[in-house]
Write a protein that binds this ligand. Structure first.
Ligand SMILES: Nc1ncnc2c1ncn2[C@@H]1O[C@H](COP(=O)(O)OP(=O)(O)OP(=O)(O)O)[C@@H](O)[C@H]1O
Ligand SMILES: [Mg+2]
Length: 238
């Protein structure tokens, strides 16, 4: 995989929920999205427009009702559940608004967990977890449990955890939504660093127009459809 290769190729994605047939509810009405290796893309849109629903499909946490989806050259529509867990573990790093760290487990152990699932040897994952904690400037809080950390600190740990298996893709759903603007700024700067220094591909959902503007490409979702695409100020010169 090299810069410019297609990493997300989703075509005509439809998502329906069946709340006691025939009351079906169509949330996504045929979404197509292409993201290339190394891109930093923002998805914006009103509450309820389907951003998280789409993100969960991109992150193979959920399957579309219709459409096709190729992730990093894998046709995930045809993958078995055990293959999907492996794909999530190895290829995708998730960051959520509410951090989703494991309680009563040290920050360092939280970062080690995805590497444990990937069966990385103990010494290697401990070393990498420490390096990742340094990367997010959390080395002095490694042994704290999540409830002993501030929101911004928890989110930095969550980013370190998302990076554990060096995923092809970082998916962040409102990562700054629960943070004040200064702390949100710090978290956003980590994404910029991962993008610039490590060439990470990042898809970011945000309600903040300012943060969206900092990405390379901004897609606007409205009522389950993309209604606009524009370049952000970080757009690479072509
Ligand atoms: N499991 C479900 N069953 C039925 N409807 C659902 C389900 N999950 C989500 N929805 C509906 O899908 C719509 C889109 O929800 P989604 O969470 O994707 O919105 P969002 O754009 O992420 O909003 P927000 O900005 O508030 O996070 C909402 O109307 C929601 O009620
Ligand atoms: Mg959402």
């Amino acid at each position: 995989m090299s810069k410019g290769d297609i990493i997300i190729e989703a075509r005509d994605i439809v998502k329906r929920y069946y709340i006691g047939k025939p009351n079906e509810l169509e949330i996504l009405h045929g979404i197509s999205l292409t993201v290339r290796e190394g891109e930093f893309v923002a998805i914006v849109g009103a509450s309820g427009s389907g951003k998280s629903t789409l993100m969960n499909i991109i992150g193979v946490l959920d399957k579309p009702t219709e459409g096709s989806y190729i992730l990093d050259n894998i046709n995930v529509m045809k993958s078995r559940d055990d293959e999907l867990s492996e794909i999530r573990n190895k290829k995708i790093g998730f960051i959520f608004q509410t951090y989703n760290l494991i309680a009563r487990t040290s920050a360092l152990k939280n970062v080690e967990l995805p590497m444990m699932y990937a069966r990385m040897p103990g010494w290697k994952r401990k070393k990498r977890a420490r390096e990742l904690m340094q990367l997010v400037e959390m080395e002095d809080r490694m042994n704290h449990a999540p409830d002993e950390l501030s929101g911004g600190q928890k989110q930095r740990v969550a980013i370190a955890r998302a990076m554990a298996n060096d995923p092809a893709l970082l998916l962040a759903d409102e990562p700054t939504g629960a943070l004040d603007s200064k702390t949100g700024r710090m978290v956003m700067d980590i994404f910029h660093r991962l993008h610039k220094e490590q060439g990470k591909t990042i898809v970011l959902i945000t309600h903040s127009p300012e943060l969206a503007e900092e990405c390379e490409r901004i897609l606007t979702l409205s009522d389950g459809m993309f209604i606009g695409e524009r370049k952000g100020k970080n757009h690479a010169p072509s």
